[in-house]
Ligand binder design. Structure first.
Ligand code: ZN
Ligand code: FE
Length: 253
């Protein structure tokens, strides 16, 4: 069974350590120390770093961790600090992380990607979604186009609904406050916002969440939903138009 540790770093980032058949993988170590502390506690080494994109808050710990552990760094963007292997093909990653798949998800940056672990025995599978998909929201467009981000989210939405999502930031409460503003009459969205509020009051992460749950409440995954379209007074718009308007409104929220 895979084990996934959630490591809070910086203000509101999450780094993750995935242990899979004795292989230890750090995803988006934006800071080295908290990751090192966890490795020391667990008395384990580090084999591979996977970065979803090149932003500092996701990769600042790379060099120190590589120096301390001799791990190998992989990602899709040649700008990632200390990168050893630039991933050019979607699908299975190279050994020793061949159980994971790379999904190209441009939009937030041009060379963004997500990492997908298919179901392993009883485990429903996991998605490390970086700054592309958040619980209740999605990333901003920095380098790519809104069409690219839209397409990338469609790819993620098509994963099995049981898949657990581990995203790059704890933005969930803000996202669901925005979602509620967009759909004040949605009971599902309100319940979700209340649930996240109590998680955060207890100081617990709001993650992971399942793809299926996000499909019901995350407005950025539901541009086709008649109720959302009615609430926005945009019943005749295309899915991309709805998505674009949501992203613009969220930028100003
Ligand atoms: Zn970012
Ligand atoms: Fe970020």
């Amino acid at each position: 069974m895979p084990r996934i540790a959630i490591i809070p770093i910086h203000q509101d980032n999450y780094s993750y350590i995935l242990s899979l058949n004795g292989v230890n993988i750090a995803i988006d170590p934006g800071e080295a120390e908290p990751v090192m502390d966890h490795l020391r506690e667990q008395k384990c080494g580090l084999d591979v770093i996977l970065n979803t994109h090149m932003h500092q808050d996701h990769s600042h710990g790379n060099l120190a961790l590589k120096q301390a552990t001799g791990c190998k760094i992989m990602g899709r963007d040649e700008r990632i600090p200390g990168i050893d292997q630039v991933l050019t093909q979607e699908g299975a990653l190279p050994a020793p992380v061949q159980k994971l798949q790379m999904l190209a998800t441009p939009g937030h940056t041009l060379k963004d990607c997500c990492y997908y672990l298919p179901p392993q025995g009883e485990h429903p599978g996991a998605l490390f979604s970086g700054d592309t998909l958040f619980s209740g929201g999605c990333g901003r467009v920095f380098e790519g186009t809104i069409e690219q981000l839209f397409q990338s989210l469609q790819t993620l939405a098509a994963l099995p609904p049981e898949t657990l999502i581990y995203c790059g930031h704890e933005y969930t409460l803000d996202n669901y406050r925005f979602a509620e503003r967009m759909e004040p009459n949605s009971l599902a969205v309100r319940r979700k916002r209340q649930q996240v509020e109590s998680f955060r009051q207890r100081g617990e992460p709001s993650l992971p969440v399942s793809v299926g749950e996000e499909l019901e409440t995350n407005p950025f995954l539901r541009p086709h939903d008649p109720a959302l379209r009615r609430a926005l007074h945009m019943e005749d718009a295309s899915d991309l138009e709805i998505f674009t308007i949501l992203r613009e409104k969220k930028n100003r929220f």
